[in-house]
Write a protein of this length. Structure first.
Length: 96
């Protein structure tokens, strides 16, 4: 696993959707990123994207898919990372 790529990609996704999240949620996610808690960040960010039905662009969707492939698979305590296909199927994507 390339930790530099994981750090860069997860932070880029967070910043791309930050304006669609509550400020306190964004701040908490930034703290996770700064602390190197990338699995927690991606799992939590996916939870927010799915539960809040945040509309993503196609490139944002692709970022989520890439992050899930880097981290995905069964992981105790990580509901969304453990079900990458379920997450991807529930994301709202604007094809334009």
């Amino acid at each position: 696993m390339d930790l530099v790529k994981l750090n860069t990609d997860s932070r880029a996704l967070l910043e791309a959707v930050a304006d669609r999240l509550p400020p306190d949620t964004t701040a908490g996610y930034r703290r996770l990123s700064d602390a190197g808690e990338w699995a927690e960040l991606v799992d939590s960010l996916c939870a927010s994207l799915v539960r809040r039905k945040i509309v993503l662009s196609v490139p944002e969707y692709q970022r989520v898919a890439d992050l899930l492939s880097q981290l995905g698979g069964p992981r105790d305590g990580y509901t969304f990372l453990s079900d990458p296909q379920g997450v991807l199927s529930k994301l709202v994507v604007d094809p334009n």
